[in-house]
Structures are given as structure tokens and as C-alpha cells.
Design a protein around this ligand. Structure first.
Ligand SMILES: *[C@@H]1O[C@H](CO)[C@@H](O)[C@H](O)[C@H]1NC(C)=O
Length: 354
């Protein structure tokens, strides 16, 4: 059967636009102010952009912000040195561990949230405080509609359309923002993030959507002789079964991982989008403060500090890995290897991969 010509042309157009090339190269990511030696701030511009503050911050910034850092016992230059260290390590790791360079497509940018008012781009990663960062973005972009991040219900923060993502813009609008906005990401130790995702999605009775969508499939494929009730409800997936599901080649052949366990590398493309700040969950409060201060938004909103006591940590991850054989530990490590390497996380001590 042959498709009519018009239909095929339409298809070709769609495919063509899918491969729309974004003219975004490494050499244009450095802020213009850096190239102009700090003197050429455009006339009429009263505020320094977050990028200017980050990259040639010294005099003006430290003068303006020194009192805050003193109050926190933080040395501005120490904070900036640490952020620069992470950025450089990421750049190095990208050069070492990624082979081919490719160009970004709008689809790669679905996780980048835009704040035009403060010139910010944030790539959200589930299980790395992304609900709170989305709440903060709703305050920042909400034109006074919101004031207190924690007053925004979590489900409202996740409604698609409440915040704008970079993928919604035209190519030139995307490029302009990638060049001139402060781009940041928050990352977390990969296995702690994974265990956190497992606990949240598979051990909580209210997460029926995940049980139905993923749990039933995991049990069908990875549990010998499952009970009919478990097959039907998918609500008692073990961590071991979850790991089998992740490393099974069929899983990713059929569809991309769910964003809660997809690798940060695949969600945020850190080797293509040159993030200016790599924040870490392990130093969440300090790094969040730094970002808001760089954006000049620390007077408008405070990053919520959660008093949660059930946070997944290294000890908890170690417990979950006890039941995983060295063979599967190794497979799982290989799956998440890039996230370990790019963000300078060392192999966990509990891992038995030798
Ligand atoms: C990378 O990790 C090591 C060990 O945890 C640490 O000592 C070092 O400072 C980190 N490097 C950067 C650039 O963050």
C-alpha cells in the first residue's frame, strides 16, 4: 500500500522539523561580559546579570554580597571556587567520556524550566528537590501570585503548563536564552536517588498509578510464579525486581525510562548544555542559596528547608543493595556510570563489583 504523495510530504516536513538544528556551540556559551573584560556592560543596564555575577564577580559582587557571606561564615571566593571546580570537572569528564558531539534538539530541553524575569534556566531532576525548585520558580515567575513556596501544593508545582520549559520556544529564542541565562542543575548520588525513587514509587500504598503502570509489568516479567493479586495490583515490587527491570535490555528498547529513574545525563544533557552551576543535593541548602543570590532573587524568595527525617542516605542505600548480587550491582553501576563520573561521585563502598 502506498501513501498519497501529500501525506508523505507532510511526514517529511515533520521529520525535518524534528531534526531542527540548534546553532548552539561551546564557544558562545561564555557570557559576553567575560569577553569584553568587564568594562562593556551595556548602557542603561542597571543590574548585573547572574552570569556576569558568576563569571567576573570579584569586585562588585563581593562588595555587594560580602556581608551576607560573612554572616554565613562563607567566603564568597570559596563558594565560587567550589562551583568552578565542579563545572570544570564536568567539562573534563564530558571530554573524556563522551565520544560524539551532537546538536541539541528542542526535545532535549523539555526539563529546562525558564525564568525570563531573572534570566534563569533550571534543569529539573526528579528526586533531587525538584518540587521545591519548581515552587520557587512559581514564586519567581508568578508576578506576585505566590509568595511562600511551601504554600504551593506539590501537585500544583508539577502541573505541566504552570511553568514554561525551554523546548516551547523557537530556535532563536532558545539560543538566546542558552547564551545569556544562568543555567543550573541539581544532582544527587545516583544510587541514593534510585533508592529514593524506588521507596517513593513502589513502597507507598498511595502511588497506585505507578503500581499499575510499572509494578504490574515488573512483576509479570521478573517474578517467578507471581500471585494473581500481585499481578493485578503491582503494589509489592521488591528492590531486587526493580533492579532486574532496570538492567533488562527490553525495558529501554520499549520506551524511555520514567523520569524518576532516568539518568540525569539523559534528562539534562550536561555535556551539551553547559551548566554554569552544578548544585548538589548533599549541599542543597548552601547551593540553593548561592543560585538565588547569583540571580539577585534572594530578597524575593527563600529556598524551603525541609525538615524531613526520612531522607534516603548512603546507609539506607547500602541496606537496599545487600540483596543485590555483585553481577547485578555491576550491571546497575554501568547503567548509571555517567552520572557517577560527570558529577564526581565515587563508587559507593558497599558495592561489590570486583
Ligand atoms: C571530587 O570528589 C572528591 C572526593 O569526594 C573531592 O575531594 C573533590 O574535591 C571533588 N572535586 C570537585 C571538583 O568537586
Amino acid at each position: 500500500m502506498r501513501k498519497p504523495k501529500v501525506g508523505r510530504m507532510f511526514l517529511a516536513t515533520c521529520v525535518g522539523s524534528l531534526f531542527m538544528v540548534i546553532l548552539y556551540f561551546q564557544n558562545i556559551t561564555r557570557p559576553a561580559a567575560e569577553q569584553s573584560g568587564g568594562k562593556g556592560i551595556a548602557p542603561g543596564k542597571t543590574r548585573r546579570s547572574p552570569l556576569q555575577t558568576l563569571y567576573n564577580g570579584d569586585q562588585v559582587t563581593s562588595f555587594r554580597m560580602a556581608p551576607f557571606y560573612h554572616a554565613l561564615n562563607l567566603d564568597l571566593s570559596a563558594v565560587q571556587t567550589s562551583l568552578r571546580g565542579r563545572r570544570e570537572l564536568l567539562e573534563e569528564a564530558c571530554l573524556t567520556h563522551t565520544k560524539k558531539r551532537r546538536v541539541l534538539t528542542p526535545d532535549d530541553l523539555r526539563h529546562l524550566i525558564v525564568d525570563d524575569k531573572h534570566g534563569l534556566l533550571y534543569c529539573y531532576v526528579p528526586k533531587v528537590a525538584c518540587t521545591n525548585w519548581k515552587r520557587v520558580f512559581m514564586v519567581l515567575t508568578g508576578d506576585g501570585r505566590y509568595h511562600e513556596p511551601l504554600a504551593i501544593p506539590a501537585n500544583e508545582a508539577h502541573v505541566a503548563g504552570n511553568l514554561r520549559t525551554l523546548s516551547e520556544y523557537s530556535t532563536s529564542e532558545i539560543n538566546r536564552r542558552l547564551r545569556s541565562y544562568l543555567k543550573f542543575i541539581f544532582v544527587r548520588e545516583p544510587f541514593e536517588r534510585l533508592v529514593s525513587a524506588y521507596r517513593n514509587k513502589f513502597t507507598r500504598s498511595y502511588n497506585t498509578a505507578f503500581h499499575k503502570r510499572y509494578g504490574t509489568k515488573i512483576i509479570r516479567r521478573h517474578r517467578p510464579q507471581p500471585q494473581p493479586d500481585a499481578l493485578e495490583r503491582g503494589n509489592d515490587v521488591s528492590f531486587q525486581e526493580f533492579v532486574y527491570y532496570l538492567v533488562d535490555p527490553r525495558t529501554q528498547r520499549e520506551e524511555p525510562f520514567n523520569e524518576h529513574w532516568e539518568r540525569i545525563h539523559s534528562l539534562c544533557h550536561p555535556c551539551l548544555v553547559h551548566y554554569d552551576v552544578v548544585g548538589k543535593y548533599e549541599t542543597l541548602e548552601q547551593d540553593s542559596r548561592s543560585v538565588l543570590r547569583l540571580a539577585g532573587a534572594d530578597g524575593e524568595v527563600r529556598f524551603p528547608t525541609s525538615g524531613k527525617s526520612t531522607r534516603t542516605n548512603g546507609d539506607m542505600a547500602a541496606q537496599f543493595f545487600q540483596n543485590i548480587s555483585p553481577f547485578y550491582q555491576k550491571k546497575l553501576y554501568n547503567l548509571y556510570r555517567m552520572d557517577f563520573l560527570l558529577f564526581n561521585y565515587s563508587n559507593p563502598e558497599y558495592l561489590k563489583t570486583r
